[in-house]
Design a protein around this ligand. Sequence first.
Ligand code: NAD
Length: 462
Amino acid sequence: KQGVVLGNGVVEEKMELVELEEHLQDVRETFKSGKTRSFSWRRRQLEGLLEFLHDKEKDIFKALKQDLGKHQVEAFRDEVGVLIKSVNFALSNLKKWMSPQKVHVPLSFFPASAEVLPEPLGVVLIFSSWNFPIGLALEPLIGAISAGNAMVLKTSELAPASSNLIANSIPMYLDNKAVKVIEGGQNVGEQLLEHKWDKIFFTGSERIGRIVMMKAAKHLTPVVLELGGKCPAIVDNLSNLRDRKVAVRRIVGGKWGPCCGQACIGIDYLLVEEKFAPILIDLLKSTIKRFYVDSDNISRIVNKQHFQRLCDLLNEPSVKSSIVFGGSSDYETLKVEPTILINPPLEALIMTEEIFGPLLIEFITERPKPLAIYAFTNDENLKQRIIAETSSGSITFNDTMIQYVCDGLPFGGVGLSGIGNYHGKFSFDAFSHGKAVLRRSFLIEFVCRLSCPPLWTSIEYS
Ligand code: NAD
């Protein structure tokens, strides 16, 4: 059902343009009133988010089970726990982030001082995706609140239970004059994009990202695009058996653990030397069997449409023959078995499209810049070469996914995997404008006089 919820939990069949306009007016006026700028308002909202996460933990687990079949440990590890960490990090750094940063001033301006003062951008629009429907909705909100903005969050229609929970509960915990949650799909998204925003923060596909950027261009609205792509992992011929086992555990855990491979930073394919491939594949197979023997340990595909998309990728005859492990699927439960393919045809869709599911490929080629590159190796030269010769949103050595929870690192893509970044202080910056403030006194006019007529005519310039 397409519709909209604006803080009261009522889904309406069709969003009335007039009604939307009224709500936008509401957030604009709230921002204009200046209340979102104060430290105490920002802190109160962050505390409200924490209260929401604590009070509604069980409801969040239930919603994530309903939308994606996530186990509650997975739900805590990938969404609730990550958010609690991020809110606490913002709370303990907020004062520092809000303070102006002194900068050097040329001596010739003396006496003078200068600083960069972070100011909120205004009213921002946030789109979130369905695969981490709580985490990816609230993580950017932390940045937007910390930076003192008013905001509209559009949740994903493909995770309706999570979307409903956020729309119904967030208004009880946050200032509902400054933070609006809107539910709906493409139709609602398109309507929102017709309006003028001070920033659009979008998490989703490259295809819709292009639409967002085109619409934003009309008002010269800056955007952050958190997109996807194919993330490779390079696996060196690890000679130490223990290292091999650790690497494979981390590959298998990182690939199929978070949302059954439906993660933007999930590994899409492995790059491995041919002679090492059989050893690696054997280890992968035994680890997959050990980790996911119980199908409750793995989430399900989000809906029938995405399930069909994955089956179609696999069912191309030339692709099917490259499956060396797994490949089965169950339409009733929407589960797809962890699957490994070796040397599938380069022109097959599975090699050109983002997989976003539990299929892992071994393949070496040139690709668009990925969101993440992983490499498992002890070879420092290889690490240096990967850093120097590739471009990607991030590089992680000897593990997967963990860069997402490192507050000191920016999270975002480059090229086709995205524009801009967030997390920790980077989230604060993404939703702030660094205003240059220069203060000079009326004293000491000598230099100025030299640079103004008529004195400058007496200076010989060469
Ligand atoms: P999507 O692009 O289909 O949808 C994203 C959002 O845009 C949703 O809220 C959706 O309702 C809205 N939308 C859809 N069509 C629209 C339109 N025509 N106009 C305006 N809004 C519209 O993406 P998705 O299916 O939700 O997510 C999957 C994609 O997101 C994958 O490509 C994945 O890699 C990427 N992703 C990236 C990150 C990241 O952090 N970089 C995280 C998760 C997912």
